[in-house]
Write a protein that binds this ligand. Sequence first.
Ligand code: OOB
Length: 548
Amino acid sequence: MMLDGCTPWPAETAAHYRGAGLWRGTDLGSLPRLWADAYGTTTALVAGPDRISYLELADRVDRTAAGFVREGVRPGDRIVLQLPNTARFVEVAFALFRAGAKPVFSLTSHRAQEVRHLCELSGASGYVGPGVFRGFDHTALARRLAAELPGLRMVFDMGDGPVLEGAVPASGIDAEPLPLPANDPSDVAFFLLSGGTTALPKLIPRTHDDYAYQTRTVAELSGLGPGSVYLAALPVEFNFTWGCPGVVGTLSSGGTVVLAPDATADVCFRLIERERVTLTSVVPTVARLWLEERQWSDADLSSLQVLQIGGARLEPELAARITPELGCRLQQVFGMAEGLLSMGRADDDPHSALHTQGRPVSPADEIRIVDASDAPVPPGVTGELLTRGPYTLRGYYRAPGHNAVAFTEDGFYRTGDLASLTPEGRLVVEGRIKDVVVRGGDKIAAGEVEAHLLAVPGIAAAAVVPVPDEFLGERIYAFLVSRDEPGAVPPLSLLKATLHQRGLADFKLPDRAEYVADLPLTPLGKIDKKALSAAAADPARSRDWGQD
Ligand code: OOB
């Protein structure tokens, strides 16, 4: 049974996935102990100076789970989890699974707007955060939210600093292990966030069975084993880092996970050299920075066998540089928090490795590429990518209205991506129709930023579009119509400050704003974003992003 507010797979489909051995009844909460039995004193996690064995990890998860239960965490509770790349993240996530609670994976860059929304939408009863992190007091924010949201009863502070009254410090989440009930494998284990096409992010329920299947499948096809060392360079709460094969896939295979505090070449090259990392995953923006740094760095990267790149369009010119300059294989990954993963394979021919995003990872993944009337198009023709399968959601959490348009009647998820298939069945991602800016791998829903811009006094209309950028892939360009005469409108610096003050995460702030007399409309009367994107990309416009 899935939590109320989720859309389960139809019974026959679920039975088929079970019968075919894809869903094996795995409870994610039980995994650390099973791994400890299999891999014992092998190092599971490396984080800063800490090296944590599989046995230690399982013991910590048991004690932390018991600590959460003692503090009032109950099965079914939703708990917003906002921690950086630390061993704590892994311990807390699995401890919450053990306790039957359902973590909601939030980014550490999220601020009041996002955290409040996640707490409200999930009906969270608890929040686990890093205390003060990168100068921001997450506990103070959570305490403020708890004062407003009656359901939010528990605030846990995993930081090292002094802990505010009313919050539980990390040391308080520790108790003698308890026998805890197992989870229903078909139920939600945790929630990922959608890249979002609507004004507010949606929650993606991921079940124990579907995520266990995803991570096992990707780990197998990546050839992971006890000698594998995975570097978590991107934030660990991304599906890419957490489970493609990522943290969960590596731990399932007896390998070692190294947690990087950030994705800079400085930090990551040192870790690759020191820990003999064999596999890591980055977005194209990070890959570009690593290639730049490689020209100056003498770090020994010879252990690195595979660099996974995904999350945003990879320019062929950048793709072609990976193997010659970093000495490892490039594996393109097209994926989404909603499910479907498509990846290159070790035996791909060089052209496919550079120019396609590989094949879906499961033989049970169903792909349809359709035209505007939902009719399938032949190979080689671009259309919208629809998909369903054993680890792709059937509905966002508590979003019936949106689900009615985001899924077909027979349960295919409309990805909003434009793609074509090669005659051999490889995916080529060509673009997208969804209203999103992909800025250095971060997904920003245009509608969300527009809603905040419209709340700024003096702004009558707003349209946010992507504009190409050499380093970030895309940046955020806002076209605005003022209520008054143009001279009286807020400049970009003030707009950014206002949105920041409203509690919007900084990565969503417009890089550039331009006032126009009115916004162009399509024949159907909608804002013509294509025309605006083209205008924003016009080289006649200034590229000096730092200025108003
Ligand atoms: C990953 O997940 P999300 O949920 O942050 O974003 C999904 C969207 C896709 O629908 C697509 O629009 C874009 O990101 N995307 C790509 C891409 N990989 C993702 N666009 C072009 N080329 C690619 N290779 O981004 C994600 C999740 C798991 C693994 C990898 C990426």
